[in-house]
Design a protein around this ligand. Structure first.
Ligand code: SF4
Length: 354
């Protein structure tokens, strides 16, 4: 069923296969994101078959602001990751597969996991997913390839509400529950990470906690459930709910912990997250750079470019999102332009035409 949604996406926007050799650091749409810890985020695709009502990155067939999606090149991603892991200089790197979409639909996921697991210095491979897209056989392959943990996005166990929240009438949360049992049997740890939507899934959060504990989520002393607060994002889809303050959120989490006698929080120490060397930022804010525009960016009015000259290493080569009028598409793609960097937080580059 989910493949039908991908076909729907292909009819409404461009699905870009990232070319071999494209720099892998610099965008949130694909590649590698480094935030200066031993956790390295790997983003193989921005495609997502669902259209969750609260999606912070406005993904899926019902996206209102995307005009492109990305499917990364496997070899290029793995080669860059190997360099970044080596740069970290630690033996307990966790590679977390996530992104502005659903990594479970990446066509080379098994090869990706196998490749990541074979990199020296990687101790854990984890993935954020809704899990529904796998058959039992595919899940077995992921386990054999070396997937250690699934962070399961699941907001309710109620099949009807699950369809409403996910914006997909074919989404089957019962199938997800079966796959969770199988994943646990295969030795993959699972942690549930529901988004709390006040007024929509309050009781469902309690049900998820009870179920998670019963079936054995959260091995290795990890909490079985780590609840996320709903935060409306500027360019995301907005759920029609009252937004909790952080204080209210944490008070309610503490209350649930007491009532259900379960731990619902985790420290960085428990999650084995610690500081590790951060990739250098080769370009400063306000700096003018030479850029070859290679494609559309993910959102309408964004283009993706490669900052020149390249040094052929993931440590220094960057892609950049260039903001420009969408009508300039034909003039920009394939050409070189001058761009002023306006943002470079966490090595995610955004620029404007000079
Ligand atoms: S929240 Fe996740 S699963 Fe839902 S539409 Fe967004 S990216 Fe897809």
């Amino acid at each position: 069923m989910w493949r039908g949604s991908i076909n729907e996406i292909e009819r409404t926007r461009e699905v870009i296969r990232v070319e071999r050799g494209t720099p892998q650091v610099g965008t949130l749409a694909f590649g590698i994101v480094d935030r200066g810890t031993n956790i390295i985020e790997v983003r193989p695709t921005s495609l997502c078959p669902l259209s969750c009502i609260y999606c912070s990155v406005n993904a899926g067939p019902r996206s209102t602001n995307r005009w492109a999606e990305f499917v990364d090149d496997l070899d290029t991603l793995l080669a860059a990751l190997e360099e970044v892991v080596r740069f970290k200089g630690t033996n307990d790197v966790e590679v977390h597969i996530d992104g502005m979409g659903e990594p479970g639909v990446y066509p080379y996921l098994t090869q990706l996991i196998r490749g990541i697991k074979s990199i020296n210095g990687v101790s854990t491979v984890s993935m954020q997913t809704r899990l529904y897209m796998f058959t039992e056989e595919e899940l077995r392959e992921l386990a054999q390839a070396g997937l250690d943990r699934i962070n399961l996005s699941i907001d309710t166990l109620n099949p009807e509400l699950a369809k409403k929240i996910s914006g997909a009438s074919w989404y089957d949360v019962n199938h997800v529950k079966e796959l969770v049992l199988q994943a646990l049997e295969l030795g993959i740890n699972v942690i549930a990470s529901p988004v709390w939507l006040p007024g929509i899934n309050d009781n469902d959060i309690v049900e998820i906690i009870k179920w998670a504990r019963e079936v054995g989520l959260g091995r290795n002393k990890l909490s079985p459930v780590l609840i996320q607060k709903y935060i409306p994002h500027k360019r995301g889809r907005k759920a029609r709910v009252r937004v909790m303050t952080w204080q209210e959120f944490w008070e309610r989490i503490k209350r649930l912990e007491g009532e259900l006698n379960v731990k619902l929080t985790a420290t960085n120490e428990e999650l084995n997250i610690h500081k590790a060397p951060k990739l250098p930022k080769p370009y400063k804010v306000n700096e003018e750079v030479k850029v070859r525009i290679i494609s559309r960016g993910i959102l309408r009015g964004e283009f993706l470019g490669v900052i020149l000259p390249l040094s052929n290493t993931a440590i220094f080569d960057r892609v950049i999102t260039v903001l420009a009028n969408p009508t300039m598409e034909k003039i920009l793609i394939g050409n070189q332009v001058r761009v002023r960097v306006i943002e470079n937080d966490d090595n995610i580059y955004i620029g404007k035409l000079v």
